[in-house]
Design a protein around this ligand. Sequence first.
Ligand SMILES: NC(=O)c1ccc[n+]([C@@H]2O[C@H](COP(=O)([O-])OP(=O)(O)OC[C@H]3O[C@@H](n4cnc5c(N)ncnc54)[C@H](OP(=O)(O)O)[C@@H]3O)[C@@H](O)[C@H]2O)c1
Length: 256
Amino acid sequence: MTNTQKLNGTVALVTGASSGIGEATAVALAEHGAAVAIAARRKDRIDALAGRIADAGGTALAIEADVSSQASAEALVEQTVADLGRLDTLINNAGVMLLGPAVDAPLEEWERMISVNVQGLLYCAHAAIPHLLRAAEDSPRRIADMVNISSVAGRVARSGSGVYNLTKHGVGAFSESLRQEVTSRHVRVSLVEPGAVATELASHNRPEIQEQMKGRFGGIERMQSEDIADAIAYIVTRPWRVAVNEMLIRPTEQEN
Ligand SMILES: NC(=O)c1ccc[n+]([C@@H]2O[C@H](COP(=O)([O-])OP(=O)(O)OC[C@H]3O[C@@H](n4cnc5c(N)ncnc54)[C@H](OP(=O)(O)O)[C@@H]3O)[C@@H](O)[C@H]2O)c1
């Protein structure tokens, strides 16, 4: 492992770690010395990632979980603490983005976004908070972190992305409220709002929606998952007195 080792002795849980931003974040936190629990539904992908982290000298635990199930989210947090001993850092990253006009939209898509982006994040947060408070009290770093992944879509609403906007605006509101509640107890709650990142996220949309999205982002150089992982690693490796509350990160060529 090549990085600063600032997270030695800590345990991080990354949801949605089977691809994209979550996968890159798990690697980055492991490089900083954290033992990482990596969660998603695609077990083969997280098993392979755990293998790669271990091969590089890190510690990783792959846990199959569907965060939209309260029981599964709670079991995920509890298994992390049982197997790795504690929980210092939660990266609430799992999410889906299903765009298109509200008129005649498949209700199932709306329900899926709310169940993963909102309920899933809340289930993980609820289960993790007691452990994060404990970690902040007993660790030499005097700090614990929850990083919630929102989006530019959590700041700006657009025609054709109303329910995704709803979920990410909700993540922002919850994060700021929770931040105020727990910051004096040294649990930092941070919000990261990426613009376009080259991941699998858009590929779950209907073909006609994917065509429209190409029109919007086709001409710009999108960010890589590692760019966002880098920002997340920066946030959680600050000294305890520094809380990065919010980070909005767009590709240079993305205007809005
Ligand atoms: N890419 C962008 O342009 C962009 C921009 C702004 C914000 N974001 C946000 O960044 C986060 C990560 O997205 P990404 O771009 O990295 O996309 P991605 O490659 O599609 O990754 C999404 C991750 O979420 C997991 N996931 C989905 N449903 C889940 C469930 N029910 N339970 C557990 N895990 C679940 C997926 O794993 P499984 O399918 O294996 O479960 C996958 O690991 C999302 O919250 C997204 O909204 C992305």
